[in-house]
Ligand binder design. Structure first.
Ligand SMILES: [Zn+2]
Length: 315
């Protein structure tokens, strides 16, 4: 018989599966047999992790490139499986036991460029990220986002000027480069090119840039596409376009190309998994759990003080 038990600590959720304790994306070091690292964004990486890490080899390599050493890792265990969550290169959801528990990590419900969406799996307990778990967060179709950005780049080239396309150094920047690779010359910030190299190593066709720069001051005064980190201030371009799911709330030229599921996609994902219990984590976790309860699901937010721990013991 399989025994699963769910426990909550202030650093995150722990699952006891058979005789092993698995920590799910903990925010700080925690005593467990294994630490599941869903992907290599910095808020998911721990320095000096002592536990064996459960992660994809792409995540381990990206972490290494970002200066976080992972001493030992495995990609699967008996009865524990990692599946592509479509968030960035190497991102994974974890399935524990057969049809028992799924934790999504950050995930997408859209195929984008080389990224494939997370497929639902039928489980009893679903632990789901809820970054955009609030009504109103609905992203337009990816094709229409690409089309409008293509138009903006074309306008800039007609005006004899460059554009900056900006997103997270890891994940978004590579997707941007992949989607808009037909525009040349392509200039890339050095921190992004470092991540690009890992993507290429795993067979993703990220275009080779015409130039790699330390910062914007080194770009030419003829038309160009400059792929830069979100944080860089770029001026003297025709458009400075930022790619983020929060676009609605940012001023000029922010484009809602997200690596997360939007609100409506979260709801439809939950319906397709149709679990007995749901725990929501991150972002609008309380709002999302509340809405799920109104739809008849048994749902709890991780940050909810009212969590009934006994509810989560499975035999
Ligand atoms: Zn992420």
């Amino acid at each position: 018989m399989i025994h699963n038990k769910v426990a909550f600590s202030k650093s995150g959720i722990l699952i006891k599966h058979n005789d092993k304790v698995i920590a799910l994306d903990p925010e700080e070091r925690v005593k467990a047999d294994l630490t599941f690292v869903s992907h290599a964004h910095m808020d998911h990486l721990l320095k000096n992790e002592k536990n064996t890490v459960l992660a994809s080899k792409e995540t381990v390599e990206l972490a290494r490139e970002r200066g976080v050493k992972i001493h030992s890792y495995v990609e699967a265990l008996d009865d524990v499986q990692l599946i592509d969550s479509g968030h960035i290169l190497g991102s994974r959801a974890i399935i524990i036991g057969k049809n028992e528990i799924m934790y999504t990590g950050d995930f997408s419900q859209r195929d984008r460029g080389f990224l494939k969406k997370l497929e639902p799996v039928s489980v009893r307990l679903l632990i789901i990220e809820s970054t955009y778990g609030k009504k109103g967060y609905r992203f337009p179709p990816t094709a229409s986002i690409i089309e409008s950005v293509m138009k903006m780049i074309s306008e800039a080239y007609d005006a004899g000027m460059g554009v900056s396309l900006q997103g997270y150094t890891l994940g978004k920047a590579q997707l941007i480069e992949y989607l808009f690779q037909s525009w040349r010359p392509l200039i890339v910030h050095k921190n992004i090119e470092k991540m690009n190299a890992v993507y290429r190593k795993f067979g993703i066709n990220i275009p080779k840039p015409d130039a790699v720069v330390q910062n914007f001051s080194q770009v030419p005064d003829t038309p160009f596409v400059y792929v830069a980190p979100t944080y860089e201030y770029v001026n003297n371009v025709y458009y400075s376009i930022k790619f983020t799911g929060w676009a609605k709330f940012i001023s000029n030229y922010a484009v809602p190309l997200s690596d997360h599921a939007d609100h409506d996609e979260l709801i439809s994902f939950v319906k397709r998994v149709n679990p007995e219990i749901i725990i929501t984590v991150h972002g609008f976790d309380k709002e999302f759990a509340k809405e799920l309860r109104s739809l008849g699901f048994r749902a709890f937010a991780f940050t909810d003080q009212q969590l009934d721990l006994d509810s989560f013991i499975y035999v």
